[in-house]
Each structure stands twice: as C-alpha cells, then as structure tokens.
Design a protein around this ligand. Structure first.
Ligand code: UN1
Length: 497
C-alpha cells in the first residue's frame, strides 16, 4: 500500500474536497510509487486562503526577530535532516545525491540568512525639510503570499520564496509542482516543528490549471511568486495585472558559456559539463549554448564529446552516477522533438540524441547527454528553452560576436565567460544582457545571499535571494511626526522668505 498524503489547511492535514488524487513516482524507476497526493480544487484553495488570513493576523504582530527565530530553528532542523531530505528529493526528482544535498544546503543558507534578516528589515530615517519634524520609512507585511514552485529545485526554490515572505510577516499558501510534492510536504512538517503558528502556512497540492489558477485569481492573495515556464508566467502575469497583484516571475533561460581562445580549456570543459548536463539540463540556469572562439573550436569540441560520452547515467541514489533521469515522459518527448528539430535545421548531432538502450535504465526517463555543433544563432536550437541535456555549439570569430550571439535571444538569466583577459572579463559583466554573469565559472552556481533573476523574458524585474527579495515581500510605509506644535506646510513654509 502506498502512502496517501494530504493538504495542510487551517492547522490540520486535510483530504482534498475533490476526492481525487495523483501519483508521485520515482523518475529513475517508475515502478517505485512514492505516494498519492491531493489533486485539489478551488474549494481547497478558498479554505486555505481563509485560514491564511487568520494566520496573518497573528503573524504580522509577531516581532520580526521572533519570526526570524522560527527560521533559525528550521535551519537547524534542515541541517539535522539533510541526508533524509536529499534522499527523498532524489527519489522524487531524479538528480544525483550530491546535487540534492546542495539543494538542501541552499535551503539551510536561505533559512539562516532569513533568520538574521528578522533583526534588520531596515527602513530609512532621513532629515525632514521642516524644523521639529521626523521623517522615516519602514516595512509592513502585505498579507497572504501565494507561492507556486517548480520541480527542479524541490527544496531550495520553495525556501527562496517562503522564508523571506514569512520573515516579512506574511502568511503563505504554497502549491508545489505536482512532480515533487513530497519535499514540500516534509518542509511544512519541519516548519511546524520549528514552531511556526499553524495557520501561517497552508500547503495545497494539485495542478497549475486548477489549484494554481484558483489562488492566482483569489482576491485575498495580494502577492504571487511563480517560478516555471514563460508561457505559464505570461498567463499568471495577465491575471495579476488585471487584479492589481504584486507578482514576481522567474521563468525560462537560454544561457550561454563563452570560451575565448586564451581560456584555460580544461577548466572550461569542467564548467560546461556541469553547466549543461548537471540536473540533466533541467535548470533555469543550465548551459544550453556553448559559444566557442573559432581558434579553439575543433580542439575543445573533441574533448567535450569524449567527456560527455564518459558521463554515467543512472539512479541518482546509487553511487557512481553523474546524470539522473528527466522528470517525466512528456519532458523526454520534448527533448526528442528538439533533436529532430535540430537535425531538420541542419545542425550536426555529435553525440547523444536518444534514450539509452538496455534493461538497467529501462524503467526511468533517461536521455543521453546530447551535443549539436554547427548551430547558427537563428536556429530554434539556439533560441528556445529545451530544459534537458541538450547543448548547442556556436562558433564565433571574436568577443564582440560572442556578445551579440549571447544577447540575441529573448531570455536573459545567466551567462559565463572563460578567458584570462581581465579587460574582457569586465566588458562581459557590462555587456552581456543577463541578470547574472560568471567569469571562469559555469552558468550555474548562484548563492543564496545574492539577488537571483534575469532580464528580458526570463522575469519581470524582481529578484529572489539576497537582500532584494525582502522588498518584494513587504510594503514600504512612510511616517512623518511633526512635533513643532504648529502647522508647517511642506514645500511652502520652509521656503517662505
Ligand atoms: C534554477 O536554475 O532553477 O544557480 C535555480 C544555481 C542554483 C539555483 C538555480 N543555486 O546553480
């Protein structure tokens, strides 16, 4: 008998009002059923929001340092449960244990950062233009925050959204991806153990088109944060625009690694292998384009193909594997369709392009690391997000051309430049149109205490992580106190002759 999980609404674990459930299976071996989770509907969301509003009334009055203390205790619990969480995450999501341990660590870092932010949440005190008048700004919570999270970072991304929202004094309704519901289930259990008042957090499982849509449209959820596809983000953006909601969108990428002719090629090789094939290419920050200077193009490609063929596919919970499965069959079909598109467009398939044969990997959604050479900037292979282990290689003659190619896409999350030339390094920071640029490091590797996000169609101008996200989850309020005892008119009395 597989376990049946529930939503967490109004302080207790509740079955969905729909009476329907979905299955969560291990993508490395679909015979392994992790559990059944609620396929919730609008009525579940309404109950969750009602409860969150009650939770908000308690939580917004709790001093921010005390709110931070809950997250410090949660950080301690994440440390204690790191192995168990990583193992469970690999089981439901597929990436190898070293990566899921990193995912938990990102949650730990985010928790400890948030804990101390409870003692900052700075406002400003500035001089007034009038005598005996005080002027300051400070932060207030917004209300119920609705969070929609993706499958690829099952723990880290929920923490990026939840922890700052909570420290700022908001109540939370979260709907995790239906591909990884178990990790968020555990996170909520740990939040309760850490002492979060129950009605401050609501967990509602389900699909985007039903549960997700219901709270994006709910009038009592004034702030929404979403990480996922650009298509879904556009839909959410329209709804939030119409309802005047605050919205943070974190969406697609088409990130490039540029390798100049003076680069340390071994370093660049390690970087691209990790960037392109880590997490089986299922990161917003994955390296999906490799832009090579013509002088090193052939030499680098030879090494790259050989190294990619040496990557070991397999169950991420067992030692010795580098690359896990894709998240589901639909995703594998999408990757296969791009292999066909690339071949039709005239790109040259150097390796991969198909699922592995044989019994060992036959029950999972595995796909071989795939490299296309001879890709030109206008090809769909060079423009569209694939979200799988497919790398498109483009050849350029100069740094300027590399910049043009990098910038010639609709996305703008991360980019990377390998060079020994300090002048080029700084030019890259200025000229590459991305939210994050790495020098001599791959396109992935964001740290929890710095702002994370992208330009163009990757996002809508907000950042997660670091100090900026706290602005997103709070309202700035301004207070003036006039202790002069007389009416002082701003802009008038101070300028009287
Ligand atoms: C994502 O790609 O979806 O940049 C998030 C990284 C991670 C976060 C990635 N820390 O490597």
């Amino acid at each position: 008998m597989s376990k049946t999980f529930k939503n967490f609404i109004a302080g207790s674990w509740e079955a969905p009002t729909t009476g329907t459930w979905f299955e969560n299976r291990n993508p490395a071996d679909t015979r392994d059923l992790i559990g059944r989770f609620p396929d919730s509907g609008a009525a579940d969301i309404r109950a969750a929001v009602r409860s969150a509003r009650r939770g908000f009334e308690i939580w917004r009055r709790t001093p921010a340092p005390a709110r931070g203390d809950v997250l410090r205790r949660l950080g301690d619990l994440l440390v204690r449960h790191k192995e168990e969480l990583a193992d469970g995450m690999t089981r439901e999501m597929g990436k190898v244990l070293a990566e899921t341990r990193g995912d938990v660590q990102e949650g730990i870092d985010t928790a400890y950062y948030a804990a101390t932010e409870g003692r900052r949440l700075f406002g400003h005190t500035v001089p007034s233009e009038l005598r005996d008048k005080w002027a300051m700004s400070f932060r207030r919570p917004i209300g119920v925050a609705g969070l929609i999270t993706p499958f690829n970072f099952p723990l880290a991304i929920p923490t990026w959204k939840m922890f700052p929202a909570l420290v700022c004094g908001n109540a939370v309704v979260i709907k995790p991806s239906e591909d990884v519901p178990h990790t968020t289930h555990r996170l909520v259990e740990l939040l309760l153990e850490a002492g979060l008042p129950p009605e401050v957090i609501q967990l509602v499982h389900g699909r985007g088109a039903s549960a997700g849509k219901a709270f994006v449209e709910h009038p009592d959820v004034p702030v929404i944060s979403f990480t996922g596809s650009t298509a879904t983000g556009s839909f959410i953006g329209e709804t939030c625009g119409r309802l005047h909601k605050r919205l943070s969108l974190e969406m697609g990428g088409k990130n490039a690694q540029i390798v100049m002719d003076d680069a340390d090629l071994d370093l660049a090789l390690d970087g691209v292998l990790w960037g392109a094939f880590g997490t089986t290419g299922q990161r917003c920050t994955a390296t999906s384009r490799l832009i090579l200077h013509q002088k090193i193009h052939d030499r680098f490609l030879r090494k790259l193909v050989e190294a990619a063929e040496g990557l070991r596919l397999g169950d991420g919970r067992k030692p010795g594997h580098d690359v896990g499965p894709l998240i589901h069959e639909r995703s594998r079909q999408k990757v296969e369709s791009y292999v066909a598109i690339g071949q039709d467009e005239g790109a040259e398939l150097l390796t991969g392009g198909r699922k592995p044969g044989g019994e060992r990997l036959g029950h999972g959604f595995f796909f071989r690391p795939t490299i296309f050479a001879g890709v030109t900037p206008s090809m769909r292979l060079a423009q569209e997000e694939i979200f799988g282990p497919v790398l498109s290689v483009l050849k350029v003659r100069s740094f300027d051309e590399a910049v043009r190619v990098n910038n010639g896409v609709t996305y703008g999350l991360s980019s990377s430049l390998y060079t020994q030339d300090v002048n080029l390094a700084f030019r890259a920071l200025q000229e590459l149109d991305n939210g994050i640029t790495y020098v001599n490091a791959p396109t992935i590797g964001a740290e929890a205490h710095l702002p994370f996000g992208g330009v163009k169609q990757t996002g809508n101008g907000h950042r997660e992580g670091g100090w900026e996200v706290y602005e997103f989850y709070s309202e700035t309020k301004v207070g003036y106190v006039d202790y002069s005892g007389i009416l002082q008119r701003a802009q008038i009395d101070n300028y009287d002759e």
